[in-house]
Design a protein around this ligand. Structure first.
Ligand SMILES: Cc1cc2nc3c(=O)[nH]c(=O)nc-3n(C[C@H](O)[C@H](O)[C@H](O)COP(=O)(O)OP(=O)(O)OC[C@H]3O[C@@H](n4cnc5c(N)ncnc54)[C@H](O)[C@@H]3O)c2cc1C
Ligand code: FES
Length: 361
């Protein structure tokens, strides 16, 4: 048995050693000369080949979304590589659907530039900017969620749609994380985020343990297809849990400011009373804005909570309060299992799948 295994093991170590050597040689020795990045057929950027598309785009102030520092583990940095990108790599396939591959979609952090490359980048991504900001306020919303207010320094104003997100650049790293904007678009000179502490988390750990008022932080954005469809006249169902509050708060405050006549029902799921936040603010909006209703539910209230509101999963509360009506659209934000269960209730209540928008986190 050992006589068979030893040559195989030797071959494997030689092969992996060669692969490492080739990768090192490719990085430090190979020279690809000047390469052109041609974007949407109208913009050309000349780079010295050898690095990834993502690095060149960020160097040239094209702020592609990226939540893993280019490690190929978040799948955010998608764009179309129409020419010159080579074959799709095994590191990309977990993030690409068959439709993506047919449309030449690739992960910018995995495509190395070795010759001229033709790219298709949506206009909204090209419009994303980097913002130098200063931290104005940090406050606790719950035992594990902080509200952070960033004052924009350069540029001084941001345009975004209620529901979209920005990326937080973690100081002294090349890593970014996505956070939904919790403030409404009319506040253009500040960005509010709500950030939950994930134990061991790089960014949320930094925010909860190191970030201080007065610190300078870079944000990029705005991004995302999860935003309020303003042209619609349908009634609105919002469903959120945890920091899913952030984009829904932005949507509700925006609709309130605009004096929308659409009926809005907001279901918020939390475990215990200590996980509820923004309650007074939402109750105040409810008083001024009769077409808005806020319905929180606690899944595991404890006796000290003295809770006389809805108890159980948020989906049970939706089931109880929602009427069957096709004239509704829904905005959902929270962990994937909650979203999955909420979609089932919504479709059973007549909401078309094409009228359900969601962000998972
Ligand atoms: C569009 C979008 C909007 C988002 N908006 C918000 C927001 O408004 N507020 C907010 O707090 N977060 C939000 N997130 C999540 C956020 O981007 C980060 O993923 C989160 O803060 C964790 O980053 P980290 O660097 O602290 O943890 P990492 O260093 O990335 O992860 C550390 C460990 O924690 C695990 N982990 C990561 N996320 C979670 C999680 N949610 N629950 C349990 N374990 C986890 C990872 O698998 C890893 O093992 C959003 C995500 C997306 C995609
Ligand atoms: S940046 Fe995360 S997959 Fe490309």
């Amino acid at each position: 048995m050992m006589e068979v295994l030893i040559p195989i093991l030797v071959m494997c170590s030689i092969a992996s050693g060669l692969a490492v050597l080739l990768a090192v040689a490719d990085k430090y020795i190979a020279s690809y000369g000047e390469c052109k990045l041609i974007i949407n057929k109208d913009t050309e950027i000349t780079v010295e080949g050898g690095d990834t598309l993502l690095s060149y785009l960020i160097d040239n102030e094209i702020y592609m979304p990226s939540a893993c520092g280019g490690k190929g583990t978040c799948g955010y940095c998608k764009l179309k590589v129409l020419e010159g990108g080579g074959t799709v790599l095994p590191t990309e396939t977990p993030f690409l659907t068959k439709h993506d591959i047919a449309q030449a979609v690739r992960l910018a952090c995995q495509v190395k530039v070795k010759k001229d490359v033709e790219l298709g980048i949506p206009d909204d991504l090209l419009a994303a900017q980097q913002f130098k900001t200063v931290i104005e306020i940090i406050e606790d919303l719950t035992h594990d969620i902080k509200r952070i207010v960033f004052k924009l320094i350069d540029p001084e104003k941001i345009e975004f749609k209620a529901g979209q997100y920005v990326q937080f650049c973690i100081p002294e790293t090349t890593e970014y994380r996505a956070y939904s904007v919790a403030s409404q678009p009319s506040i253009a000179d500040r960005i509010e985020l709500m950030i939950r502490h994930i134990p061991g988390g790089l960014c949320s750990g930094y925010v909860h343990e190191c970030l201080e008022e007065g610190d300078e932080i870079f944000l990029t954005g705005a991004y995302g297809d999860f935003y309020l469809r303003e042209e619609s006249t349908k009634d609105i169902i919002c469903v959120a849990g945890g920091c899913g509050m952030a984009p829904i708060r932005s949507i509700v405050k925006h609709l309130h400011e605009k004096g929308s006549t659409r009926k809005i029902t907001y279901f918020f799921g939390a475990r215990q009373k200590r996980d509820l936040f923004c309650t007074e603010e939402l109750r105040a909006i409810e008083k001024e804005f009769p077409n808005f209703k806020y319905i929180p539910a606690l899944s595991e209230p404890i006796s000290e909570d003295d809770w006389d509101g809805e108890v159980g999963l948020i989906t049970a509360t939706m089931q109880k309060h929602m009427k069957h009506d096709e004239n509704q659209e829904a905005y959902l934000c929270g962990p994937p299992p909650m979203l999955e269960a909420a979609v089932k209730v919504l479709t059973a209540k007549g909401v078309s799948k094409s009228d359900i928008y969601y962000d998972e986190f």
